[in-house]
Design a protein around this ligand. Structure first.
Ligand code: UDP
Ligand code: MG
Length: 329
């Protein structure tokens, strides 16, 4: 159905958007389409598939363009440069139009059949988030499972227990949730942390993580480390606070060392000039550490200001006419 909307004629707004970040995924695309399309056609609801080409250097974009000829619901959003998985997700979420949005990897590690279950759960229980939780990761290497386990435990420590263990970027979000995420001007959004952090009603669907259907992993160790650093830095100023603790311990150590230097001076066991020199070095060292710590505290607050995350999200207000929404302090 087409309708006139202001100056623009648009296609009917789809009920469901599927966002798929793709980086050099030419090998897997035909397989992906052959598994995804029957699932989506079987839903009986209007949908769109937003393929986000994250600056691929292979034929990914060309193949998607070819596939579009036979699959009108397929859209191509082509990014000019490779910005990474989370950036590609951001582009896809921002451009999606559905009432519900499912983000899924291109490599068929997340089974498309699970989407039906996710949508059903969200619609029947009025949920804003349905996490795809990996029940079984036997297909991943021991190293991948080990590092992933470490990552999830660390992150749960930072964002709290709302983050389900083993929930990656295969999930369903409601339009309200996508809009809330859009309001966050994060420089490096890490969705697997931001989504649970917002606190919207959520459910889970268990699935078995399959092997990559074709091609190789686009997440080498370097990118995994980057994601971990982004995750920590975007959620806690604890590393900055380290400065002030170091400063305090440093100052204490300086006092003890200064006392020892003075004792040695009065015992007359030192070369002339050593005492004053030591005291100056110790005193300046302590001052510097404390100042660095203080600076860290200010930088931390500026950083939080720049992140501009709302202080709260109202789910409901029993006052008639009061709307739900976000608020800043
Ligand atoms: N991806 C992306 N940009 C990147 C790296 C990865 O869009 O810079 C996509 C990739 O095409 C896939 C998803 O992110 O759809 C997950 O990547 P991958 O399957 O390689 O990661 P792994 O499963 O090995 O952790
Ligand atoms: Mg994968």
């Amino acid at each position: 159905m087409r309708h006139f909307d202001g100056y623009r004629v648009r296609m009917a707004v789809p009920r469901l958007s599927i966002v798929i970040p793709m980086y050099n995924e030419e090998a897997v695309l035909p397989l992906l389409v052959s598994r995804l399309r029957p699932v989506l056609d079987g839903l009986g609801q209007a949908y769109e598939v937003v393929a986000v080409d994250d600056g691929s250097r292979d034929a990914t974009a060309a193949i998607v363009t070819l596939l579009r000829a036979k699959w009108p619901e397929l859209r191509l959003v082509r990014l000019r440069r490779n910005g990474g998985h989370q950036a590609a997700l951001t582009a896809g979420l921002h451009r999606s139009r559905g009432d519900y949005v499912v983000t899924i990897d291109a490599d068929l590690q997340d089974p498309p059949e699970t989407i039906t279950e996710m949508l059903h759960l969200a619609q029947t229980q009025e949920l804003d988030i349905v996490y795809g939780v990996r029940g079984d990761r036997a297909s991943d290497t021991l190293f991948k499972r080990g590092t992933a386990n470490l990552y999830y435990r660390l992150m749960r420590h930072i964002v709290g227990n709302r983050m389900p263990l083993g929930a990656g970027d295969f999930r369903l979000l409601s339009r309200a949730m996508v809009d809330a995420l859009r309001e966050l001007p994060e420089q490096a959004p890490v969705y697997r942390l931001l989504v649970p952090w917002l606190g919207f009603p959520s459910g889970q669907v268990l699935y078995t993580r399959e092997k990559r259907a074709a091609g190789t992993s686009k997440y080498p160790l370097g990118k995994m480390i980057n994601l971990t650093v982004d995750s920590i830095i975007s959620f806690t100023a604890a590393p900055l606070r380290l400065g002030i603790w170091l400063g305090a311990f440093g100052a204490l150590a300086c006092v003890v060392a200064a006392a020892k230097v003075l004792v040695a001076y009065f015992q007359g066991t030192v070369v002339p000039g050593w005492t004053s020199l030591s005291l100056v070095v110790l005193f300046l060292g302590a001052c510097q550490l404390i100042c660095l710590g203080l600076l860290g505290e200010y930088v931390g607050r500026i950083y939080r200001g720049v992140q501009a995350r709302p202080a709260y999200y109202v789910g409901e207000d029993s006052l008639a006419g009061a709307d739900s929404g976000a608020g800043h302090t």
